[in-house]
Each structure stands twice: as structure tokens, then as C-alpha cells.
Design a protein. Structure first.
Lengths: 833, 248
């Protein structure tokens, strides 16, 4: 058993050792197990909600030949087959509108074994009755028994019917935006010839039933077993959950790597501290392998305990989280899916992580010459030199990083994907360079800050700078992991801010006015819903300052090289300032009859520039136009935009496709909305858009994304904090004698405390500065590569907050070690070991 | 070069051992052709001023360091040509060590510390012998205690028990009284003496303390990497006088 007993005794005697080496892993495991639980629960929920046929459905019959419907006769035959308990046709896909919104009309059984949705409140739909999901009814402000008009679009026509809400069903991804009705009403409303699908539940063997139906109906239908359909649905649901898991696992891996680096560093310090002990063991005949094994036993125990506690904590947090969510959210929360194999996998990963982190320090530690146990053997501090290997590696990695960056920049943003990959790989290499050259950087940093730190913090500040530089390797490792966390945080913030800015810019281009009315009725026809009367009404509506019409129609465009039928827009561009942003060349100052503006890609494709001529024609008439401007964003203007006067020449009777409405400065969105809703007739083809609403919705998405992303990268920051705390704690223990001496020389305990606080602060500043610089620079580069318009928004305020928060966290991490240092007594200077 | 014991019972023999540190112009000659034989059941002290090479000599003889030239045998085994693995086994099975700072594992009880060499070797101890050693050292009541609960003298006695438990051919003691008060130191020396007399244990001790050296059967004086003299059963005064002589 070798030294196992000593290892166990050591853990029993000093459980703090396990805490030091285990806590970082416990946090990483908590995160990993949490991710597992989350995706397992999500997968179950997805499967529950995406399965399209009920558990009891035995066969699904689909029409696979013209006319793609099952006849009544076929349905009757199946219903009459022996062993068939229930048959129900299912149909969907008919578009209906309630007010200004469009939904899908469906029919599917709500009773019996085939029911996928059960009526939670009210009753099953009868003739001209519908079911809505609870949240949709809430959104539309309908109660059971309410009647409302529904516009139905059939192939030929549209018609309006009156529907009654008969009941509510539970929310589900499919159910939320669909309107369910009875079979008869479905047929009546949709004027369909029949159903394309039939669900069958029976009491005989599923396989037999499937082949019996198939035999009976022949090849015009395809019969699948219910299980097959459910399996297929589940697979696609599982794929969705898996892709979420994949994204999350990137962050899990980063956090675990951070933990491994921290724990390896902790083991290195612990082993450096027990040099004498190891040397003695070697002296009295322990082989290096035995010493390594003893440490690995400790690592397994530490990793195992950390893994178990992390996994249990994740289960606890998951259960508590769902219970709390249940109190505040109206929808029923799914139960937490606890998969024991997944959790065991997490624990196993924790053990592996711990062992991997311990093995290299252990091998190095065991290499100590046994003679070091002797009184006369000089104890060399192996840590003080920065190895040449490290410097070389650092330089190589830096060169690699710069090379990839240059490559990325050379490729330019045209190669979007490759550019992003190159920049990201460059970032990874640069981080490797920081890790490798860390000791050197820390040296330089401490030399630079010694004076200012001394000026600000007196002797405590100066000593702190020296102490940090004295063990540069360990300071650098801790700081590098910390910097990794800060890099991720900064990258998230800068990336999302840039995304927000890019989206804002795109929104300005696609929705350039305060409000827009669009006509989605058949645009091939000249007569639209946006007639002059409506324009006048809108212009007179309270809060509206201007109404600018925009036309859109397909025209023959002769670029000089070739003639293409393109959708051409036409609007008085200078009236809408948002449209004159992001002009690549030329301008709209001379915009008038005879002008044309082109989308940059179109101009590039046809080799056109400002001053060139384009001929546009329709119905035999043509106009010759001069290119005035080339724009980068085609959200509103499309590929080609001509002046309204020219459009009138070509198509004198065309009604506008869209009205761009400018609001009075003073008016609130709510008031504007009210005024417009009252003026614009309710017609499913007329849509009202408010960019402010879109922006708000997008801001909310970005905000949520920011929270989630910060949560994901936050784990790495926390692991890094643990690293700072352990490193400083171990330093305090190690320097007990030295602190005693300082105390004996008259330094007050409080000064020792501020010295440790300063050490934490220096590490924090170093890591934060590196992290913010790297994270912001790389995120800004990626973000600018990904959007049409070079867009990098540096959120200075947020980054400032990161700086303050991270330094505060470093100080927090230094709190416990600092208190311990302050308690050093002068007697420690005399104590031997 | 003069004082070689070539009696039949020589356990440790160093022959013409030199040790050079560094290379070229920064060379330091720690040992210059030292020959020394340690007889069975003899308590030998190696003395000398700092830098005399006494520590280097012991490190080489105990297989902790390799001489640049010369030969060292322990119980007839030539150890300078052994590989690291074999040296480790040799130290484990045939050598005992006593350190200045006791070097007990703080997490283990006194008893487990004594049994540590057996744990490492994966062997079971000779219970009879263990009993004898423990009783003679008077540490039976302390067996369940941890090092932190023991006085310095008690800790060193536990360390001696650990060194003797495997019945090694030779015990190397490195300043065993260096960290002890004088009365504890005397006790420890007394016990080392008895272990040579009663059990025939061979002991080599490096010390700079003349009183400690005076407890030995034989004192070998080193100066400047060479053997500078030898005393048999000296008194403390003899040792002091010899050291005084050396420093002239």
C-alpha cells in the first residue's frame, strides 16, 4: 500500500488540503452537472412537446399520391377494421387571420387515446368553434364564449367567418400559434377536399395493424407505426437539445480547463512546500513512483469529493430553481430530469481533471533529490528563473497569433467564416502566449508598479509588488486564468454591444421611419390598399408629422451589360434621413427625376459606379437614369431605387407598397400606436410596424443573451477567483516566518493585511487589463467582420464596470488570506517550521 | 589517506573518493581522495569545519550523492555503479537515516512513522525486534501520539526507532542533536551508543558538536576535503583540542 496511508492520514488531518485542491473542480463540476441536468431536462421537455402523435397512437396514415388527401371511404374502411379503437383525421396548414395577425388552422383529436392536446378549460370545439392555447387567448384578450371574426385564406379567395372560443389548451411549441377546430369546421372553413393524414389507435399489435392498413389501402398511402413517428420526432428534438448542449459544453470545457490550471498550480505550491517531506521519503527508500502514486490517491479523493459535491449541488440548485420558477411562472415547469449516468460522468470527469492536474506537478515534485532532506543540503528556489523554454514558447505563440491575425485581416471580411475562425484561433494562441510568457510579464508588471504601488500603499504596496514578482510563475498562472475569465467577459460584452449596434443600424435601414404601414396583398397588381385616401387620413392623424409613400414593383433593369427583372423601389430618399446613412459612394443631394441608386453588391456585380447609366423599363416605356448613389444597406431600398417621378412615368397608376410615417417629436409610442391603429383599417393584409418595438424586442433578446453569456463565462471567473484565493492563502502559510519577522521588526498586523490586499489588487489589475484588452480587441474584430456595415461598439461603461468588479473580486479573494496574514505574530519569526 | 580501518568487519568502505562540483574554472573540490572504512558495530563521528566536506562524504557514503571518482561499498556492495532505482532500494532495505529536523510525517502517529519504511517496502516488520527498540527508546506510551504532541527529544527517539526498525546495516545520522536541547541531546547520544553496544548497530554520524562527537567510538576529522586525523574514544576536550589543531 506504500504511502497511501500517509496520504489518507494527511487528508484526515488537514481537510483544508482537499478544500484547496477541490473547490475549483467542485465549481467546474457544478457547472458541468448543471449543464447536463439542464440539457437533459430540456431534451425531455422538447420530446414531450414536439412529439406530434400521442403515446397511444399506433398507426399514422399519410396520403402520398395525388390529390394528397385521404377519401372518406378510405377513412371509413380503416375505422371499420378489426382491432381499431379510434381514428381521427388530422389537418393543418390553412392560414387564418384574427385581427392583424396570422395563425395556422389545425384540427386534431382532443379526446380519446389519439388526443395530443387536452382541453384544460371549456369544452371541445363544435361547429364554428375553436380552441386556443392559454397564452394566445391571453395575448388576444379572449375569454371562453367570446365571438370574433376570422379571415380565412383559401386557394381562390379569402372569406370572413365568425368563430366562438370554446376552450383552452396547454401551451406547447406547436400549440401556441395555432388555432384548433373540429374536423367538420376545418373542412367547412378550409374548403379542403379531405385530410392528408389519419391517426389510428387500436388494441392489436402495432406492426400487424400497420401492415393490415397498408395492405388494405394500397400504395396511395404510406402507413407508419406511431412508434416510428414518435421516434423520428424525438430524434429531431434530441438533436435540438444536443446542439444547445454542444454550445454550452464549450463553456464547460473552458471552465474545466481553468479549474485544471488552477488546481495544477495549487498542487505545485503544495509540493514545493513539502519538499523536505518528499526528500525524506526518498531518502528512506520511497521510489518516485510511490510518491507520485500517493499524490494521485489524494487527487482522486479530492476530485471525487469535489465531483460528488458539485453534482449534488447542481441537483439541489436545479430542483430549487424549478421550484422557485414554478411559483412565479404561470406555465407548468417540467420536472428536473436527473440522469444518474450523466452525473456519474461528471464525477468521473472531476476525478480525471484532478488527476491530470496533479500528475505533472507530482512527477516534478517526486524528482527532488533525496539529499535535500539533509540539514546541510542547500535548498534552491527553483521558481525564481523564467525558463528559456517558456520565453521561446511565448514568442512563438505570439508570432503565431499575429500571423493568424494578419492572415485574417488579409482575407478580409469577404471570407466571413474563415476570418472569424482565424481571429479566434489567433486569440487562443495569444492567450497561450500570455500563459507561457506570464512569469516574464508578471516580472515586468511588478517592476513597473513597484514605485506607484509604493507611493500609494507605502511599505505594504512595495512589499506586495515584490512578493508578486518573487514567485512569478505561480502569480502568472493564477493571473492568466483570471485574465481568461476577464477576456471572456469582455468579449461577451463587446460582442453583444457590437451586435446591438449592428442590429440598430440594420433596423434603421429596414425600418427607417417611426412607423410603417405595409400592404401585403397581391403586389403584382396596380391597385393596392394604400390609396391616397389612407395617406391623407394618416397625415391628418394626431402625432403624425409626415407620410412618405414607398413603391415597390418588378421592372426590367438594363445595367448596360445585361437586362434583369428586378424589384425596384421608389421613394423620396432625402425625406427619410435614415436612408442616407451608410452610403458607399455618391450621395442623395441631387436626388430627382433621372436618378437611380444601387445596392453596393448590385453595383459591384455589374461594374457600375456613380455617374454610370442604367435604363429601367416597363410595359414598353423606358427611362434612362444616372447612378447618383451606391448604398451599403438595402433593407428598405432593395437592389435598385429610382425617383418617384420616373416611376410615375413608367407605371402611373401603381399604389404604394408601404407608407413611412414620421411622428411628432413629442408624441409617445403608445399614443402614436393608438392613433395609427384607429386610422389604418383592420385588414390582414395591412401590417403596422414600429421600429421602436422591434428595437425594444431585440434589446431584450440581447439583454437576455448577455445575462446567459455572462452566467456561462462567470463560472470561469469564479474558478479564477478560487485560484487567487488559494494562491494567496498558500503564500501566507509559506511566508509565516517572514511575516513574523516583519511583525518583529515593527510592522503592524494591519499593514500585513493591506500588503496581501495589495497583492490581490495587483493580480486583479494585471489580469483585468490583459483580459479587457484581448477580449475587446478580438470581439470587436469578429463583430466588425460579421456585419455588412463595419460596426464595433465598445461599451466603455460596461468595461469600466468589469474593471471595477474584477478588481473588487480579486480583493474579495484576498480577504481571507489577508486576515490570516494580519494575525501573524512576531513569534513566528523564531519558530522553526 | 592514512586512517583506513581494514578490519574484517568493515561495513562501509570509501576508497579514494573525490567529489568535484561545477566545471572548468569554477570547480570546487569537496572531497579529495578520501578513504575511510567503518567497522561493524562501531559508532563513528565525522567532524570538521564548514566546507570541510563532511556532509558530502556522508551523502556519498549513504548513496544520496555520487562521487566523481573512487569507490564506495556498503556490506560488500559497490554502490557507485548502482542505478537510481537500486540505490533507492538499497537505502530502503540496508540503510537507516536520522535527520537533524527529525523529519517525521506530521499526519502519522509515532507508531505509523516508525512503520513507514515497511509501508514503503510493502513488508511486515519483525514484531519482536520492534518491541525491543520501542521499549529501549521508552516511547511505548507515545506510540499513538502525533509528532506535534511530542517534545523534540521524543520526536528524535521516534525517528531513531524508524531508522533501526528495519535492522539496517548502517545508520547515517545527520546532526541528530542539532535541534535538541542539551539534555535531550545527551539522551539521544546515549541511545545511539547503546544501540552499537547492545545491538551491534553500525552508526555514522556527522556533527559539528564536540560533545556529540565525544560520544562516538571513533572521531574522523575532515578538513579541506581530506581526512585530517582520527581520535579513538576521545573526551570532549580531546575533540576540542583536535579541532583547534585543525584550524591553525
Amino acid at each position: 500500500m506504500g504511502l497511501g496511508k500517509a496520504s489518507l492520514a494527511q487528508i484526515r488531518q488537514r481537510p483544508s488540503r482537499i478544500l484547496l485542491t477541490g473547490i475549483a473542480i467542485a465549481i467546474a463540476t457544478f457547472f458541468a452537472a448543471g449543464t447536463m441536468l439542464f440539457t437533459d431536462t430540456l431534451r425531455d421537455e422538447f420530446i414531450r412537446s414536439t412529439v406530434s402523435v400521442s403515446e397511444e397512437t399506433d398507426a399514422v396514415v399519410d396520403a402520398v399520391e395525388e390529390p394528397w388527401v385521404l377519401t372518406d371511404e378510405q377513412i371509413q374502411r380503416v375505422a371499420a377494421m378489426p382491432g381499431v379503437d379510434q381514428v381521427a383525421p388530422s389537418g393543418s396548414g390553412v392560414s387564418i387571420a384574427i385581427g392583424r395577425n396570422n395563425y395556422v388552422l389545425r384540427t386534431s383529436p382532443v379526446e380519446g387515446p389519439l388526443a395530443m392536446h387536452t382541453v384544460e378549460e371549456g369544452s371541445a370545439p363544435g361547429t364554428d368553434e375553436v380552441l386556443l392555447s392559454r397564452s394566445l387567448a391571453e395575448e388576444l384578450d379572449f375569454a371562453i364564449g367570446d365571438q370574433f371574426e376570422v379571415v380565412l385564406y383559401t386557394e381562390a379567395d379569402q372569406k370572413t367567418v365568425t368563430a366562438t372560443l370554446s376552450g383552452l389548451v396547454r401551451d406547447s411549441p406547436q400549440g401556441s400559434y395555432s388555432v384548433m377546430t373540429s374536423e367538420d369546421t376545418f373542412v367547412d372553413w378550409s374548403e379542403t377536399d379531405g385530410f392528408y393524414q389519419l391517426l389510428v389507435a387500436g388494441s392489436q399489435d402495432e406492426g400487424d395493424l400497420v401492415s393490415a392498413i397498408q395492405d388494405d389501402l394500397g400504395t396511395s398511402v404510406l402507413v407508419n407505426s406511431g412508434q416510428q413517428v414518435r421516434d423520428e420526432d424525438m430524434r429531431s428534438a434530441a438533436r435540438q437539445a444536443d446542439s444547445i448542449f454542444l454550445v454550452l459544453s464549450i463553456f464547460v470545457v473552458i471552465a474545466m480547463l481553468a479549474a485544471a490550471i488552477i488546481v495544477a498550480s495549487t498542487y505545485r505550491i503544495l509540493l514545493a512546500r513539502s519538499r523536505q517531506r518528499t526528500a525524506m521519503l526518498r531518502c528512506i527508500g520511497a521510489h518516485p513512483g510511490q510518491i507520485v502514486r500517493a499524490l494521485l490517491v489524494e487527487a482522486v479523493i479530492s476530485g471525487g469529493l469535489a465531483g460528488v459535491s458539485g453534482a449534488l449541488a447542481a441537483v439541489g440548485a436545479g430542483t430549487a430553481g424549478l421550484a422557485i420558477a414554478d411559483l412565479f411562472v404561470t406555465a407548468t415547469m417540467p420536472p428536473l430530469t436527473v440522469s444518474v449516468p450523466s452525473l456519474l460522468l461528471c464525477v468521473l470527469a472531476a476525478v480525471l481533471l484532478s488527476v491530470v492536474a496533479a500528475v505533472f506537478p507530482a512527477i516534478k515534485g517526486a524528482r527532488i533529490p533525496p539529499v535535500a532532506a539533509m540539514s546541510s543540503a542547500p535548498l534552491a528556489d527553483s521558481e525564481s528563473r523564467v525558463g528559456r523554454l517558456r520565453t521561446t514558447l511565448g514568442v512563438l505563440l505570439l508570432l503565431g497569433a499575429l500571423g493568424l491575425l494578419a492572415l485574417g485581416l488579409m482575407m478580409g471580411t469577404n471570407e466571413g467564416q474563415l476570418f472569424v475562425l482565424a481571429v479566434m484561433a489567433s486569440g487562443v494562441l495569444l492567450f497561450g502566449a500570455v500563459l507561457a510568457a506570464g512569469p516574464l510579464l508578471v516580472r515586468i508588471m511588478t517592476r513597473l508598479v513597484e514605485r506607484p504601488a509604493g507611493a500609494a500603499g507605502g511599505i505594504a504596496g512595495r512589499l506586495a509588488a515584490r512578493n508578486t514578482g518573487r514567485a512569478p510563475r505561480r502569480s502568472a498562472t493564477t493571473a492568466s486564468v483570471f485574465a481568461l475569465g476577464v477576456t471572456l467577459v469582455s468579449a461577451v460584452l463587446v460582442g453583444l454591444s457590437s451586435m446591438q449596434a449592428g442590429a440598430d443600424e440594420q433596423l434603421r435601414a429596414s425600418m427607417p421611419a417611426d412607423a410603417m404601414v405595409s400592404d401585403f396583398s397581391n403586389q403584382e397588381e396596380v391597385d393596392g390598399l394604400l390609396d391616397q385616401q389612407l395617406v391623407d387620413d394618416l397625415a391628418a392623424a394626431p402625432g403624425v408629422s409626415a407620410v412618405t409613400p414607398l413603391w415597390e414593383t418588378p421592372l426590367d433593369v438594363d445595367y448596360g451589360t445585361d437586362v434583369v427583372e428586378e424589384w425596384v423601389s421608389s421613394v423620396d430618399v432625402p425625406a427619410i434621413p435614415n436612408l442616407t446613412r451608410n452610403i458607399a459612394s455618391g450621395d442623395f443631394s441631387e436626388w430627382g427625376q433621372g436618378s437611380v441608386a444601387l445596392y453596393q453588391r448590385v453595383a459591384d456585380d455589374h461594374g457600375l459606379s456613380v455617374g454610370d447609366t442604367v435604363t429601367v423599363g416597363a410595359e414598353g416605356r423606358t427611362v434612362e437614369l444616372t447612378v447618383q448613389a451606391i448604398y451599403r444597406q438595402g433593407g428598405t431600398l432593395g437592389f435598385v431605387s429610382i425617383h418617384p417621378d420616373d416611376l410615375r412615368t413608367l407605371m402611373p397608376d401603381l399604389d404604394p407598397f408601404r407608407l413611412l410615417i414620421a411622428a411628432d417629436e413629442a408624441i409617445e409610442l403608445d399614443a402614436l400606436q393608438q392613433a395609427l391603429e384607429a386610422t389604418v383599417p383592420i385588414d390582414p393584409n395591412l401590417s403596422l410596424f414600429y421600429p421602436a418595438e422591434e428595437r425594444e424586442a431585440f434589446e431584450e433578446i440581447i439583454g437576455n443573451l448577455r445575462l446567459v453569456a455572462l452566467g456561462l463565462v462567470g463560472i470561469t471567473v469564479i474558478v479564477a477567483m478560487v485560484g487567487v484565493a488559494t494562491t494567496l492563502s498558500l503564500s501566507v502559510v509559506e511566508r509565516g516566518q517572514e511575516y513574523g519577522l516583519l511583525r518583529a521588526l515593527g510592522l503592524r498586523g494591519g499593514r500585513l493585511r493591506s500588503m496581501l490586499t495589495w497583492e490581490g489588487a495587483l493580480l486583479g489589475v494585471y489580469a483585468t487589463v490583459i483580459g479587457i484588452t484581448l477580449g475587446s480587441a478580438y470581439a470587436a474584430m469578429v463583430a466588425s467582420a460579421l456585419s455588412d456595415v463595419p460596426m464595433m461598439a465598445i461599451p466603455w461603461g460596461q468595461l469600466g464596470a468589469v474593471l471595477v468588479a474584477m478588481i473588487a473580486m480579486a480583493l474579495l479573494a484576498a480577504l481571507i488570506p489577508a486576515r490570516k496574514a494580519a494575525r501573524s505574530s512576531p513569534m513566528q519569526a523564531l519558530a522553526d517550521d | 589517506m592514512s586512517s583506513t580501518t581494514t578490519a574484517t568487519g568493515t561495513i562501509v568502505a570509501a576508497t579514494d573518493v573525490s567529489k568535484v562540483y561545477g566545471s572548468a574554472d569554477t570547480q570546487v573540490h569537496a572531497l579529495r581522495g578520501v578513504s575511510l572504512g567503518v567497522a561493524e558495530s562501531e559508532f563513528t563521528a565525522v567532524m570538521g569545519p564548514s566546507g570541510s566536506g563532511k556532509s558530502t562524504l556522508m551523502h556519498c557514503m549513504a548513496g544520496l550523492d555520487r562521487p566523481t571518482s573512487g569507490s564506495i561499498t556498503i556490506g560488500g556492495t559497490e554502490i557507485t555503479s548502482l542505478r537510481e532505482r537500486q540505490l533507492t532500494d538499497l537505502r530502503r532495505d540496508r540503510i537507516g537515516f536520522i535527520f537533524q529536523k527529525f523529519n517525521l510525517l506530521s499526519e502519522l502517529t509515532a507508531e505509523d512513522n516508525i512503520l513507514l519504511p515497511f509501508s514503503i517496502a510493502g513488508r511486515s516488520p519483525d514484531e519482536e525486534w520492534l518491541k525491543v527498540v520501542i521499549d529501549i527508546l521508552g516511547i511505548r506510551p507515545r506510540l499513538g501520539h502525533r509528532p506535534s504532541q511530542l517534545s523534540g527529544g521524543q520526536q528524535q527517539r521516534v525517528a531513531i526507532a524508524r531508522a533501526l526498525a528495519t535492522r539496517p546495516e548502517v545508520v547515517f545520522a545527520d546532526e541528530p542533536t542539532g535541534n535538541l536541547d542539551s539534555s535531550s541531546g545527551r539522551e539521544v547520544l546515549e541511545f545511539l551508543r547503546r544501540s552499537t553496544g547492545d545491538f551491534g548497530q553500525t552508526i555514522v554520524m556527522v556533527t559539528h558538536d564536540p560533545s556529540a562527537a565525544a560520544a562516538a567510538d571513533r572521531v574522523v576529522l575532515l578538513a579541506d576535503g581530506r581526512i585530517a586525523g582520527e581520535l579513538r574514544r576521545p573526551s570532549r576536550q580531546d575533540v576540542l583540542a583536535a579541532l583547534d589543531e585543525l584550524s591553525r
